[in-house]
Every structure is written in C-alpha cells, then in structure tokens.
Design a protein around this ligand. Structure first.
Ligand code: AMP
Ligand code: ZN
Length: 112
C-alpha cells in the first residue's frame, strides 16, 4: 500500500533494525522503544486489523506467533515478554498495517 511506512520497511525501501525476516514476515526494532527490548512483527502483506483476517491471513498470523515463540529467547526475551496488537483508533493504532508489539527485557507492570 502506498505511503504505508511498514510496507516500505517490508520492501526494504526504508531502513529498519531488522532482527528476523522470511518471505512472509519481518521483525524489527521499534524506533521509539517503550521497554528495554521493543520489537515489531509485521506480515509483509498490508492489512490493518484482525477484522480483516480471512483463513489465509489467520494462518499467517499463527505462523508469525509460532516464529516469535521460537525466536524470542534469541532476542534476549528468555524470561518472558508481552505481545500487544493495537486495533484501531481508540487503542492508539498509529500505523494502519497490522503489527505485533513484542515488549520485554525488563519487569513489566500490569495495572491501571
Ligand atoms: P501502534 O501505535 O500500535 O500503531 O504502533 C506503531 C509503532 O510503530 C510505534 O511504537 C512506533 O514507534 C513504531 N514506528 C513507527 N515508525 C517506525 C519506523 N520507521 N521504524 C520502526 N518503528 C516505527
Ligand atoms: Zn502497509
């Protein structure tokens, strides 16, 4: 999709701190990390939210999660991490290309 920053990262048109790539997903460092380790996992295909999942995209997302589970220890997340997917405006989704935040490298709080 034109003018989508994550599509451009997926195509290698703008640089990213890539930590993993295959033919369908990319994992790279968030440019404004919220935690000591903050990665983003994106499908290379452009779509915005889980509302747009069909069977093929759901399977792709499953493979992405499986890959995160396998590789997280190699990213320094062997003691745990948090996965977050902001969906739409009220959740604060600022990039309209589905992405999984991978947060960790420190003790994370979970409270209001
Ligand atoms: P969200 O607010 O859930 O849509 O998350 C978007 C995330 O993308 C934010 O945490 C941004 O810091 C991050 N981000 C935006 N542009 C870039 C970029 N060029 N490279 C890496 N991360 C980015
Ligand atoms: Zn995109």
């Amino acid at each position: 999709m034109e003018n989508c920053v994550f599509c451009k990262i997926a195509k290698g048109e703008i640089p990213s701190g890539k930590v993993y790539e295959d033919d369908e997903i990319l994992v790279f460092k968030d440019i404004e990390p919220l935690t000591k380790i903050h990665l983003l996992c994106i499908p290379k295909e452009h779509f915005k939210t889980v509302a747009e999942l069909d069977d093929a995209r759901a399977a792709l997302l499953g493979r992405a999660l499986k890959k995160i589970g396998k590789l997280a220890p190699s990213w320094g997340l062997e003691n745990g991490y948090r996965l977050v997917m902001n969906q739409g405006e009220e959740a604060g989704q600022s990039v309209p290309h589905l992405h999984i935040h991978i947060l960790g490298g420190e003790r994370l709080r979970w409270e209001k």
